[in-house]
Ligand binder design. Structure first.
Ligand SMILES: [Zn+2]
Length: 493
């Protein structure tokens, strides 16, 4: 177990954890939101973030502080907590983002870590190389090697109680991301940001974002706290949390407010397009859209920023409750309907069902089948894996009906899409207690047929007969020839 991070609850890849930040003397519950504070212009004062929004941790940029003379002097003299007036934990970025934007910065990892320590940062960041998506493999490998050198330097420096992050790079090469995760995990560094995913998120490439996180997670241990670096929009937090991200930072609440953009968990709206405010936060219950539009620019920006933050923190709480209740994937399914690219992200998450299955609790409250994607959930995969281990009599009737099948079979099992066959004694155990729509869909039937095929493959000598309620020929084609079929709606076929 990592010394500073402890897992409390899990659901799919999502976890509720506790990140102990010794230098700040606080414990941050994850998933956590780190509002981004620009030390030169704060939309919402850090004290207000703590008191009104319950922010336990924020992130600011040590490189900007380092490069701004008066702020630097004040930070060195009074410390970051006094400078920002924030009682929680403060994480600092190193200037890597500036490096990716402007091509060069003028500090080394040693210098910036020393500086972060001197100004009282609680979680510091080395100067890694944020390799953008889609670069050549040669470049991704070379830059990753540099990042790994920097992490090793950071690992050697005595940073006292200050935690230090180990960014995981590797561009859009899953094997490099995985190797980067494994290397970062081998250091004694503490927090693991998945880096350089902002360009993916800016381009709505949630599928590639999920692949990058999944690869990093394969390299990192399950006990590593993972930070989705530059995650901004609350719409995708549930998806990223389900893949195993624990920390999210958000500059979006302030950047969007500056452009009169109003965040919702279903996407972004322009204030000028809103006739109603679909939110019950203090800003939205005390203003009409016209009143917001009539405010002076700076006041409007602050009010919109506050709304955006309320929505963002609310989503984090909703995610935590979903993890606790074991229905995080139901929340992800809802969010996936907000935008076609979110649906791509969710479908990509399900491509990693086998990876997610390993951490998913064996039993939860309920499985709601709410879309044909539900047929690919880790619970379905796990049931199919379990079929290999169940003992099967010589002749077995697998049926969607209630009938036991008569004397011609040794036993009769239930068949329920999307799970497929199971002994009746398991009917009351998760996930076979799932709530399913009466009007089943093709994906569920195909998954059930896969289950039958899997059972047949594991028991080549057993005689299996499937009693189905009019499955289409295309679905039945997936069954091995040896499985006899009876259409319960039409009699023996
Ligand atoms: Zn609101």
């Amino acid at each position: 177990m990592r010394e500073y991070f402890e897992l409390r609850d899990t659901d799919v890849g999502g976890r509720i954890g506790e990140l102990t930040v010794p230098r700040a003397g606080v414990t941050v519950e994850t998933p956590a939101l780190l509002p981004v504070i620009n030390p030169n212009l704060d939309t919402i004062a850090p004290r207000r973030l703590a008191d009104e929004f319950g922010a336990e941790i924020l992130i600011t940029n040590s490189y900007i502080i380092h490069g701004t003379d008066d702020v630097r002097e004040q930070a060195l003299e009074d410390g970051l907590h006094d400078l920002l007036d924030f009682p929680g934990a403060i994480m600092t970025d190193s200037g890597s983002f500036q490096l990716s934007e402007y091509g060069e910065i003028d500090v080394t990892t040693e210098e910036i870590l020393e500086f972060q320590h001197a100004i009282g940062s609680d979680i510091a960041t080395p100067v890694d190389i944020p390799t953008p998506p889609d670069v050549s493999r040669e470049r991704a490998e070379a830059e990753l090697a540099t990042t790994q050198d920097r992490l090793e330097i950071a690992d050697e420096i005595d940073t006292g109680e200050m935690l230090v992050s180990a960014p995981v790079q590797g561009s859009t090469y899953p094997d490099l991301r995985e190797a980067a995760g494994r290397h970062a995990d081998s250091t004694d560094l503490d927090v693991f940001p998945v880096g350089a995913v902002v360009p993916l998120m800016n381009d709505y490439r949630y599928d590639d974002m999920i692949d990058a996180v999944a690869a990093a997670k394969r390299g990192l241990g399950a006990d590593a706290p993972v930070h989705l670096f530059g995650a901004g929009h609350p719409m995708m937090f549930a998806l990223a949390a389900a893949m195993g991200c624990d920390l999210f930072d958000s500059a979006a609440y302030a950047l969007y407010a500056r452009d009169d953009r109003y965040l919702t968990v279903r996407g972004t709206r322009h204030l000028e397009d809103l006739d109603y405010l679909p939110c019950s936060c203090p800003v939205c219950t005390s203003h009409s859209p016209d009143e917001l539009r009539a405010l002076p620019d700076d006041e409007r920006e602050t009010e919109l920023g506050a709304h955006n933050l309320h929505v963002t923190f609310e989503e984090i709480r909703r995610i935590k409750q979903a993890i606790r209740a074991g229905n995080l994937l139901e929340l992800v399914e809802q969010r996936a309907r907000a935008h076609p690219t979110m649906l791509d992200g969710y479908r990509t998450l399900l491509d990693h069902a086998a990876q997610l299955e390993r951490a998913d609790p064996v039993s939860k409250g309920s499985f709601f089948y709410t879309s044909h994607e539900s047929a690919r959930r880790p619970e379905v995969l796990r049931h199919h894996q379990r079929l290999d281990r169940l003992s099967v009599p010589d002749s077995l009737f697998l049926t969607e009906g209630d009938a036991a099948g008569g004397d011609e079979f040794d036993d009769s099992w239930r068949v329920e899409p999307p799970f497929g066959p199971f002994p009746r004694a398991l009917s009351k155990s998760y996930p076979l207690t799932a709530e399913l729509p009466d009007r089943t869909d093709r994906a569920a039937l195909e998954a059930a047929a896969d289950g039958v095929a899997r059972l047949a493959a594991a028991n080549p000598d057993a005689e299996l007969t499937l009693g189905h309620t009019g499955w289409p020929a295309g679905v039945l084609e997936a069954l091995p020839d040896g499985v006899e079929r009876i259409d319960l709606t039409a009699g023996r076929s």
